[in-house]
Design a protein around this ligand. Structure first.
Ligand code: IYR
Length: 223
């Protein structure tokens, strides 16, 4: 079987076991401090930080390395306002008509409703699109593989990179989201999957009192 051109794995670094233990524990302690934040300060964030975080997202493993994603990073106030108004319209319909009672009950502890001021207050909105197919320079269509898995992993990398940089984020998924494709002039081959609001939390920001499941509830070891 041909593997194309392979090059040496020159960037891999092995650590002594004790160092691995401490690195993995430190990373967990850093990541467990991440909280989804709904109250953003309007202070601006340097574009360079957003660029590094997007480059991190772009390193995610993905199907056949097709990299089936586009990240649209928006700091323009007029576009953020348009996104807010369109999102509030679909959310109003969700909260007032479409959402079944069990869903509204599940959202109760989070305190969410149809008002989405964070979509204007956060200095950056990153809208993540998945690409149903890719296109070569001469217009030929190329198949993309494991699109939702690939984009999901990339979004995880992005959220982690933003947290690591010292910023907060909010995953927001108004449904239906197709208004984002039109508003941001993206081609039909791209499907919006997430709005990630990014910025500093407001000084008095509060978060829901929730906990994460212990290891025994989320993992099984088969030794
Ligand atoms: N998209 C709505 C509702 C919502 C749904 C879930 I599941 C959440 O974890 C949070 C919100 C909204 O953003 O308000």
């Amino acid at each position: 079987m041909s593997h194309g051109k392979l090059v040496p794995l020159s960037d891999y670094q092995e650590y002594p076991v004790e160092e691995m233990k401490s690195r993995s524990e430190k990373f967990y302690q850093m990541m467990r401090k991440r909280r989804t934040v709904r109250d953003f300060d309007t202070r601006t964030v340097p574009r360079e930080i957003i660029e590094s975080c997007l480059l991190t997202a772009g390193t995610a493993p993905n199907g056949a390395n097709m990299q089936p994603w586009t990240f649209v990073a928006i700091s323009a106030s007029d576009i953020k306002a348009k996104i807010r108004h369109a999102a509030e319209e679909v959310e109003r319909e969700f909260y007032q008509n479409r959402a079944p009672d069990y869903w509204l009950e599940a959202l109760g502890p989070l305190g969410t409703d149809e008002n989405k001021p964070h979509l204007e207050e956060a200095p950056y909105l990153i809208v993540v699109f998945s690409k149903q197919f890719s296109t070569t320079a001469d217009g030929e269509r190329l198949h993309n593989y494991y699109i939702s898995e690939s984009v999901g992993i990339a979004m995880g990398f992005l959220i982690s990179a933003i947290h690591n940089a010292g910023l907060a984020s909010l995953t927001h998924t108004p449904k239906p989201m197709s208004f984002l494709r039109e508003l941001l002039n993206r081609p039909k081959s791209e499907t919006p999957v997430l709005i990630l609001a990014v910025g500093y939390p407001k000084k008095d920001a509060c978060v829901p009192s929730i906990t994460k499941k212990p290891l025994e509830e989320i993992a099984v070891f088969v030794d």
